[in-house]
Design a protein around this ligand. Structure first.
Ligand code: SAM
Length: 278
């Protein structure tokens, strides 16, 4: 197998410039040992643009007025859209068994806003919608679910609602049969659940774009902070804290901890799952 890095070298100086720019724009940080990975991911884009060095590509990304279009492509190639239905379901059970009933008890008139903040191809917010539907909460409470991701390609797939086998590795069989229709070798989410989730493109680092979303009662921001540096996570979490109502509930992935990052939120066990509570 031939790697692009063999044809287009990424000198250390260009790597340092590029990774800082990428960190600023996307939050994703490439450590020293990951230079080759970045090189392989970006090389096709550099060549397609007609540049023959990473440094030229860096200047284009940094200074060209049209570079915002290219950044969408950068997000698409850097994105790790690994996700599946029923992932870390304990947290979603806590939402259904504790947070939703409490909201209903205390603030029935206020729509409950749930945001899946880096939803990749949509399995996470759709799991939430299915669980809410299963427990009949859509009939009793006005619930808004948003799913966003910085990768346009992923959001287009989420809007399509077609999934392959690998997305179903954890889902109960009866749920799969009830909510998905076979289409060729893929499965389509039923329309009534699909339309419960509003999908859009949003970069977590562009605070003006997530200003309204961050005012959600519940934020699922799972398995994305693992790619970010501490400073970037701190900024995003601080912004969530400022915008969220109280009580507000922030769920991060099982492999992620905010203990060194924030003392704003309190880490609590809710319905058997860990949650950062405002
Ligand atoms: C591993 S997936 C997590 C999906 C889902 N939350 C889960 O836990 O199954 C990580 C997602 O984060 C997205 N992402 C990376 N940087 C982002 C940013 N700055 N803003 C929004 N999404 C971002 C990627 O595009 C990718 O789809």
């Amino acid at each position: 197998m031939r790697f692009y890095s063999e044809t287009l070298g990424l000198p250390d100086s260009a790597f340092t410039l590029l990774r800082e720019l990428i960190r600023e724009k996307t939050g994703i940080f490439y450590e020293d040992g990951k230079k080759d990975i970045l090189c392989d991911k970006l090389s096709p884009l550099v060549l397609e643009k007609g540049f023959n060095s990473f440094l030229d590509y860096y200047y284009f990304l940094k200074y060209d007025e049209e570079s915002y279009r290219e950044w969408e492509r950068v997000f698409d190639v850097l994105s790790v859209p690994e996700t599946y239905f029923w992932r870390e379901i304990d947290q979603i059970n806590a939402l259904i068994n504790v947070i939703v009933p409490e909201h209903h008890k205390d603030r029935k008139e206020e729509p409950l806003r749930i945001w899946s903040a880096a939803c990749a191809t949509g399995e996470e917010p759709l799991t939430i919608a299915i669980e809410i539907n299963e427990t009949g909460w859509f009939e009793r409470l006005n619930i808004e679910i948003n799913g966003t991701d910085a990768s346009r390609k992923s959001i287009e797939k989420a809007r399509e609602g077609l999934y392959r086998d690998r997305s179903f590795r954890n889902i109960p069989q009866d749920i799969k049969e009830k909510y998905f229709l076979k289409q060729g070798n893929m499965f389509k989410i039923t329309e009534d659940i699909h339309k419960r989730v509003k999908f859009s493109v949003a970069n977590l680092l562009e605070t003006h774009k997530i200003y309204d979303l961050a005012a959600s009662h519940v934020i699922f921001c799972r398995n994305v902070f693992i790619y970010f540096s501490e400073n970037v996570i701190r900024k995003i979490v601080r912004f969530f804290f400022e915008r969220m109502p109280s009580p507000g509930y922030l769920f991060v992935g099982a492999a992620e901890s905010l203990l060194k990052i924030t003392s704003d939120f309190q880490l609590k066990e809710i319905g058997g799952a860990l949650c950062y509570v405002k």
